[in-house]
Design a protein around this ligand. Sequence first.
Ligand SMILES: *[C@@H]1O[C@H](CO)[C@@H](O)[C@H](O)[C@H]1NC(C)=O
Ligand SMILES: *[C@@H]1O[C@H](CO)[C@@H](O)[C@H](O)[C@H]1NC(C)=O
Ligand SMILES: *[C@@H]1O[C@H](CO)[C@@H](O)[C@H](O)[C@H]1NC(C)=O
Ligand SMILES: *[C@@H]1O[C@H](CO)[C@@H](O)[C@H](O)[C@H]1NC(C)=O
Ligand SMILES: *[C@@H]1O[C@H](CO)[C@@H](O)[C@H](O)[C@H]1NC(C)=O
Ligand SMILES: *[C@@H]1O[C@H](CO)[C@@H](O)[C@H](O)[C@H]1NC(C)=O
Ligand SMILES: *[C@@H]1O[C@H](CO)[C@@H](O)[C@H](O)[C@H]1NC(C)=O
Ligand SMILES: *[C@@H]1O[C@H](CO)[C@@H](O)[C@H](O)[C@H]1NC(C)=O
Ligand SMILES: *[C@@H]1O[C@H](CO)[C@@H](O)[C@H](O)[C@H]1NC(C)=O
Ligand SMILES: *[C@@H]1O[C@H](CO)[C@@H](O)[C@H](O)[C@H]1NC(C)=O
Ligand SMILES: *[C@@H]1O[C@H](CO)[C@@H](O)[C@H](O)[C@H]1NC(C)=O
Ligand SMILES: *[C@@H]1O[C@H](CO)[C@@H](O)[C@H](O)[C@H]1NC(C)=O
Length: 354
Amino acid sequence: MKFQVALSALLACSSAVIASPIDSLFKYKSTKTAHSRDINSTLPVWNTTSNTTYANGTNGTNGTSNTSSNNSELQIIVTGGQVPITNSSLTHTNYTRLYNSSSALNITQLYNIARVVNETIQDKSSSGAIVVTNAKSLEAVSFFFSILFDTNKPIVVTEDSAYAIPVANDKGAAKRGVLSVTSDKLVYSGVFTPASTFSYGAGLPVAIVDDQDQVEWFFDASRPTLISSSSVIRKEYNNFTTPFGIFENGAPIVPIVYDGGYSSSLIDSLSSAVQGLVVVSSGSSNSTSSSIASDIIPVVYAEASTPLNFIDKQDVPENAVGAGYLSPVKAQILLSIAAVNGVTSKSALQDIFP
Ligand SMILES: *[C@@H]1O[C@H](CO)[C@@H](O)[C@H](O)[C@H]1NC(C)=O
Ligand SMILES: *[C@@H]1O[C@H](CO)[C@@H](O)[C@H](O)[C@H]1NC(C)=O
Ligand SMILES: *[C@@H]1O[C@H](CO)[C@@H](O)[C@H](O)[C@H]1NC(C)=O
Ligand SMILES: *[C@@H]1O[C@H](CO)[C@@H](O)[C@H](O)[C@H]1NC(C)=O
Ligand SMILES: *[C@@H]1O[C@H](CO)[C@@H](O)[C@H](O)[C@H]1NC(C)=O
Ligand SMILES: *[C@@H]1O[C@H](CO)[C@@H](O)[C@H](O)[C@H]1NC(C)=O
Ligand SMILES: *[C@@H]1O[C@H](CO)[C@@H](O)[C@H](O)[C@H]1NC(C)=O
Ligand SMILES: *[C@@H]1O[C@H](CO)[C@@H](O)[C@H](O)[C@H]1NC(C)=O
Ligand SMILES: *[C@@H]1O[C@H](CO)[C@@H](O)[C@H](O)[C@H]1NC(C)=O
Ligand SMILES: *[C@@H]1O[C@H](CO)[C@@H](O)[C@H](O)[C@H]1NC(C)=O
Ligand SMILES: *[C@@H]1O[C@H](CO)[C@@H](O)[C@H](O)[C@H]1NC(C)=O
Ligand SMILES: *[C@@H]1O[C@H](CO)[C@@H](O)[C@H](O)[C@H]1NC(C)=O
């Protein structure tokens, strides 16, 4: 009992990956098989014996699209958030509802959505995909997709599909990686999506949608350095773009905790239940002497503040990794993707994190 009380004191920020961290921590082993059963009962299963549907996928439309192109269709995948009442008002759009969640989506759900997005993106007739999600999940979903998808077709994550349709239909949306549109109609690179709409300084917008639904781009198209074609992630970890690891290893548990003075035995007990830990670094102070470190699981320090701050290896304990400019939720997503792909060494994580 004491241990659980201590744990709840330790767990921080609402976590995208685990909605109810305490329960998940202790149920992890037993629910593992249940997840994989869930997954194929509710969603189209990737058919490894048939590859005709996906042949010549991404370069079919060369990443650019305009609404007038004959049979190309914008796929809108709804997981929560705002969608118009009538679908019929829009031609060339196809709505699919996967979830209607108002809480933060977890890693299992993110991978499920990714598989569906991938299928629509691989389909020649689709011009791009929009994923509508709730406000709590926007940052996690758009960062997750930024790492997972390496395509020229636009993938736009939003809370409100009305704002995202002009963006996904705009020729300038191609070759920028995954984009997100916040409810103040600012367009961000998925890598820099702010934690909430009005947390200015947490990310740099790349465009604005005006009242006539025209998209005004601030910059020429390019991808964020973290996922550019010369990045470590794209060059050395091409398995990060496959969604299958999760079925072999179960969903990773990567909680976010506050830094503080915890006993080393608490951290050791935690290490056996989780696959990684994100520690919210305490303010601008130096966390090198923090008590949260582990030889067993990867520990990443991130900062929750706006504007952006940078946590490097000089700021963290010796066997931990600094998340660079990534927020705790983004660090949690990246660490989870790494865990799914069996990448846990400190040196590998140091290369992957900015
Ligand atoms: C899930 O897939 C496996 C293998 O493809 C199959 O044996 C199992 O019956 C499926 N479960 C459900 C609930 O469809
Ligand atoms: C997978 O594709 C093969 C070949 O097209 C087909 O025979 C098989 O029925 C498909 N399986 C499923 C589960 O759709
Ligand atoms: C899938 O693709 C591989 C290689 O491109 C090919 O050898 C195989 O016959 C294809 N399978 C089907 C079912 O089309
Ligand atoms: C894929 O592209 C190649 C070359 O462009 C073409 O020969 C082949 O028929 C295409 N396959 C499909 C399924 O469209
Ligand atoms: C798609 O791209 C691949 C490699 O980038 C190329 O080999 C293939 O011919 C392209 N297919 C079409 C239809 O442009
Ligand atoms: C793709 O776009 C580039 C420039 O945007 C163009 O040069 C190239 O011909 C296009 N390829 C196809 C297959 O449409
Ligand atoms: C769509 O693309 C076609 C061919 O690339 C072009 O002729 C047409 O003007 C474009 N339409 C719009 C609305 O941009
Ligand atoms: C709409 O999307 C769903 C899921 O991707 C797909 O099964 C369906 O065929 C699509 N409908 C149209 C008309 O393309
Ligand atoms: C993710 O959420 C779903 C639905 O709430 C739940 O069934 C599943 O167990 C959760 N998975 C994890 C890993 O927490
Ligand atoms: C998308 O599907 C392709 C197969 O065409 C696969 O190689 C790739 O790993 C998938 N990526 C994701 C993110 O689902
Ligand atoms: C952080 O603190 C440690 C010792 O407390 C010190 O050695 C180190 O230089 C400090 N790092 C920075 C970046 O100030
Ligand atoms: C993914 O790729 C990395 C780097 O190549 C490798 O170390 C890791 O073992 C791979 N993961 C899996 C599950 O194959």
